[in-house]
Write a protein that binds this ligand. Structure first.
Ligand SMILES: Cc1cc2nc3c(=O)[nH]c(=O)nc-3n(C[C@H](O)[C@H](O)[C@H](O)COP(=O)(O)OP(=O)(O)OC[C@H]3O[C@@H](n4cnc5c(N)ncnc54)[C@H](O)[C@@H]3O)c2cc1C
Ligand code: SF4
Length: 413
């Protein structure tokens, strides 16, 4: 693989990965908050999986009560910081805003949410406290949004919580997977810190099922929550996919998010196989890292792409290419392990698409390495591993719902 990074200066790389939706100034936030109609039936609140009381938090911004606003948000959604940056709002709260029906721009709910939550994060304000100890102990497997949302609410209810996390850092995909221009790992970790500070015990680098048997947790704790997310990217099953210049999208993105930009290898001609949101994240980030060409190769047509429309638009704006109705048949090298092309089948026959790097993004499989009983009333589950893969806000909602269920199960109020 020839390295595309040398083309870009450090300053350019910083610019390429700067926040895609920069924060509002105080004046702009006030102006935006005052545009809200404060609808009684609040379709935005209904559309939000965590049902944040959107009119209530916006009203508090309009009256300069940013702390109170953040409390409304984070009370409903422990991941209100990251959701403000990464929620697909076009299909959630902002998509439901009544202003859309008047052919006006919807209220910038996510940016207002960010305005309020950034305020408390930047000042280190503590909004919630642990409840009086109940003497009950809960184990949580996975420190992603689902597990930690569950942990936060269990601590507020007074239960002792121990979280087991396989990775060296908590946060799940918030820390390791969300596109760098939406959410940076340091913000994700600061958000997590707020939750851990409620007195959550965190055991990092512990893979349940390998380092400690799941049955041990069931025996030692009053309840167990499983929030382990999804597994590895699925394999293509074509010749050449083990060549050195072939990488799966999650590994590529994780490297980018955990190293200085210049240290993540990227080709000059990158092909990304797949057309979901992860594929779009991979192709835009490859381009932003300095690839001269970054192209999505998808076996179906443009209208079949599973990614969100606005993600597709972003990739086009970034100058990424798209090849539709092209099914990868094999990855070709020069005989010395250097990738030279992807051979695809198109309606017109076979074609070789020149490239020196291939990123595979055809979806993640389920986690097969950890089995948990589905019929044990003390075992609860939520997030991607339960819903098949959705958004941060769904994982947070399911973690919160599970905490409620566990609390009831443990006899809490
Ligand atoms: C590339 C990519 C981009 C995305 N972009 C967005 C976006 O822009 N906006 C959005 O809202 N959502 C996005 N998502 C989806 C979002 O990241 C997930 O829905 C969310 O992180 C799910 O949370 P979770 O807690 O269920 O799982 P995860 O975040 O995957 O967390 C699971 C945790 O469990 C740990 N774990 C797994 N097995 C074990 C074990 N045996 N023992 C101990 N720990 C274990 C893992 O290491 C991980 O930390 C994206 C997903 C991907 C893959
Ligand atoms: S959490 Fe997401 S969907 Fe819910 S109100 Fe905030 S930005 Fe909208």
């Amino acid at each position: 693989m020839t390295d595309g990074r040398a083309l870009l200066s450090d300053e350019q790389l910083e610019r390429n990965f700067a926040d895609i939706a920069p924060p509002l100034t105080s004046d702009a936030a006030l102006l935006e908050a005052n545009k809200c109609l404060f609808c009684h039936d609040a379709p935005c609140t209904i559309a939000c999986p965590t049902h944040i009381d959107v009119p209530a938090f916006i009203k508090k911004i309009a009256t300069a009560n940013l702390r109170g606003s953040a409390r409304v948000i984070l009370d409903a959604n422990p991941f209100g910081h990251s959701c403000a940056r990464a929620c697909p709002v076009e299909v959630l709260c902002e998509g439901a805003c009544v202003l859309n029906d008047r052919d006006e721009q919807p209220i910038k709910i996510a940016l207002l949410q960010r305005h309020a939550t950034d305020y408390v994060l930047a000042r280190g304000l503590t909004l919630f406290a642990a409840g009086a100890p109940t003497g009950k102990r809960v184990a949580i497997v996975g420190a992603g949004p689902a597990g930690l949302a569950c942990a936060r609410d269990l601590r507020r209810q007074g239960h002792a919580v121990t979280v087991f996390e396989a990775k060296p850092q908590p946060g799940g995909l918030n820390t390791y997977g969300i596109a760098e221009y939406k959410l940076k790992a340091d913000v994700a970790l600061a958000e997590v810190r707020d939750i851990l500070d409620l007195g959550v015990e965190l055991k990092l680098g512990v893979t349940v099922g390998k380092d400690i048997p799941f049955e041990r947790l069931v025996a030692d704790y009053d309840a167990v929550f499983v929030g382990v997310g999804l597994g590895q990217t699925k394999a293509l099953g074509i010749p050449g996919e083990d060549l050195p210049g072939v990488i799966d999208a999650l590994t590529f993105i994780e490297h980018l998010k955990t190293h200085p930009y210049r240290e993540t290898p990227v080709g000059r001609q990158v092909v990304v196989i797949g057309a979901g949101n992860t594929a779009i994240d991979a192709v835009t980030q490859a381009k932003r890292l300095g690839a001269a060409e970054a192209t999505i190769v998808y076996r179906r047509g443009e209208g079949d792409m599973p990614c969100y429309h606005y993600e597709y638009e972003l990739a086009k704006q970034d100058g990424c290419g798209f090849r539709f109705n092209a099914t990868p048949l094999r990855i070709i090298d020069n005989g010395a392990g250097q990738i030279t092309a992807v051979e695809v089948r198109t309606p017109g026959g076979t074609e070789s698409l020149p490239c020196d790097m291939v990123i595979v993004a055809i979806g993640q499989g389920t986690r097969t390495e950890l089995q948990w009983p589905t019929d044990n009333p003390r075992v609860f589950v939520g997030g991607d591993c339960a819903n098949g893969g959705a958004e941060i806000v769904n994982a947070a909602a399911e973690g919160v719902a599970a905490a409620k269920g566990i609390n009831e199960f443990l006899g809490g109020a």
